[in-house]
Design a protein. Structure first.
Length: 539
């Protein structure tokens, strides 16, 4: 069965199950009397779950990284909301902005705001709030554990942000940006109540948002607690309180679920594929699989021997049996990646997945000859705690060291991400497994960062990639006013990446999360979870 179709069927089954079971039950869901039982007893209402009881989750990292983080809290917690979110197909959709339009050259964008919205502290949401958030963004850029916040990349050439009435905001840009709404999706247009901002644009205490939950406690590196916002303008959450524990180690997280210390595992790489396989079929637990915006890349140092030779990059790509990697190490959760851009992007253009170990080995022999080659394979500790990178690296190590007629040795080294990134930038490595998500619905920043000669990721990861035509395409995209032409450029860049291998896409992730059957409503989705409003104690 096609893996994505299987995911959709699983999601449909989960949705049907939830529709039948519900959170807390109601008269419509009361089962009919069983033949031979007392009808009066059968009609006795069941005791409803106590939704004020705290529900605990475990994640590998802080879900509320705190005051110095651009957003303070992950969007999945439902503490804050953006102006623009996205549909299931990756295209922009209304959130705090109900609708918008732009002029012919896309230099003037008008946003019509949702009325009747208040923040968790009771303050009203209006145009002045939006203006204050843009003033805060100007003080950046701000780093984040999720996606950075840089007004110059999200709103390039922004000249002004003005209101025309209490619920209408107009953005004026120096150059047209026909895909501005794509760039603004989710993390690109987060809105907060300005009283929670410090003078430098960081947070002064907890964030204040318009979402269905609000932060009540936060101890960095240990846990955070969110509580239901009963004044939420939309459909409120069912459960009152959630606690998110920070448990970096995969085995310890899993043990906490098994022991009942937490009711669920959340965020990227929440549970290892092997652990998920153990839980499948066990009625005491639920495993949910959803599409993901995460791509797993094998980044290579293209500025030094041997990966400065296209034959080495292409050869290694041909050597990788991606489906075997997915089946053996990811329990089948994933899709073989032939191209740079995730399948969940609205601009995804499918590239062929090529597997030819004989041709791959021949290309590598041509690139390295019979000289001894020592390769350093770096693995960031944080990702090893979320994904089977150690096993995957050992598989790649064996492939390279067993190419007949070559003398290749591969050393695998685990490192914290900071020092690892320093070594990559300095060019002191050869390979590194790393994930990459979609910062917004507009993939321009990914193409620029990874594929432009002066791209930040190209430089910081020591990829050493250079292609004059690619540079020209990216520079054209930066000023292009035609959305159709932008789509053509993005498609061509994907085709080039599948031939030049600025890095090697291995697999497109599928998010896997797990929970105890004591709770219901918890399902995986792009970026791990859509939110916790439907999560509650089960009947």
């Amino acid at each position: 069965m096609n893996k994505r179709l299987g995911t959709l069927l699983l999601s449909a089954a989960c949705a049907l199950s939830l529709a039948l079971s519900g959170c807390g039950g109601d008269a419509a869901s009361t089962p009919p009397p069983v033949s031979g039982t007392d009808p009066a007893a059968a009609q006795t209402p069941q005791a409803q779950p106590d939704q004020t009881r705290e529900i605990a989750f475990a994640a590998s990292r802080d879900q509320c990284p705190g005051e110095q983080d651009a957003y303070y809290a992950s969007m999945s917690l439902g503490v804050w909301e953006p102006l623009v979110t996205k549909n299931e197909d990756g295209t922009p959709a209304p959130a705090l902005a109900e609708r918008w339009e732009h002029n012919e050259d896309a230099t003037v964008w008008t946003f019509h705001l949702r009325e009747g919205v208040t923040f968790s502290n009771g303050a009203p949401f209006d145009a002045d709030i939006v203006l204050a958030n843009f003033e805060r963004m100007k003080k950046g850029p701000f780093d984040s554990s999720f996606y950075g916040l840089n007004i110059d990349t999200i709103y390039p050439g922004l000249l002004s942000c003005e209101k025309t009435d209490d619920f209408t905001v107009v953005l004026t840009l120096a150059e047209g940006q026909p895909l501005l709404d794509y760039t603004m999706v989710n993390y690109g247009s987060a809105m907060f109540e300005p009283s929670c901002f410090a003078g430098d644009g960081s947070f002064a205490g907890f964030p204040i948002g318009t979402g269905p939950y609000m932060v009540k406690e936060n101890v960095l590196g240990q846990y955070c607690v969110i509580e239901r916002n009963d004044a939420y303008w939309g459909t409120p959450g069912i459960a009152q309180t959630f606690r998110f524990k920070v448990i970096p180690d995969t085995e310890t997280r899993y043990a906490a679920l098994r022991a009942g210390e937490v009711q669920g595992l959340c965020d990227l790489g929440a549970i290892s594929p092997a652990q998920a396989a153990e839980l499948e079929g066990d009625s005491a637990y639920r495993v949910s699989v959803g599409d993901s915006g995460i791509t797993h890349f094998l980044n290579v140092n293209g500025g030094a021997f041997p990966f400065d030779d296209l034959r080495m990059r292409e050869g290694l790509s041909l050597l990788l049996d991606r489906q075997t990697i997915i089946d053996r190490f990811y329990n089948g959760y994933g899709l073989a990646a032939g191209g740079f851009l995730s399948y969940t992007s609205a601009f995804y253009a499918e590239q062929p997945v090529r597997y030819d170990p004989e041709q791959g080995a021949a290309l590598i022999r041509q690139a390295v000859g019979d000289q001894p080659v020592e390769l350093l394979f770096l693995l960031p500790n944080g990702d090893v705690n979320r994904y089977p990178y150690q096993e995957e690296a050992e598989y790649i190590q064996a492939l390279l060291e067993n190419i007949e007629g070559t003398n290749i040795k591969v050393q695998i080294r685990l490192m914290d991400w900071g020092p690892c990134k320093d070594e990559m930038k300095a060019g002191n490595y050869n390979m590194c497994l790393k994930i990459q998500g979609l910062p917004s619905a507009n993939p321009f920043s990914l193409f620029r960062n990874f594929m432009h000669t002066e791209g930040s990721t190209n430089l910081n990861y020591g990829l050493g990639y250079h292609n004059d035509h690619v540079d020209a395409l990216i520079e054209e995209a930066a000023v292009c006013l035609d959305a159709r032409r932008l789509g053509e450029i993005y498609a061509e860049l994907q085709a080039i990446s599948a031939e030049d291998f600025p890095n090697l896409p291995v697999l497109y992730s599928q998010e896997v999360v797990a929970s105890s059957s004591a709770i219901t409503g918890y399902q995986a989705d792009v970026y791990g979870l859509t939110g916790y409003t439907q999560v509650c104690w089960a009947q």
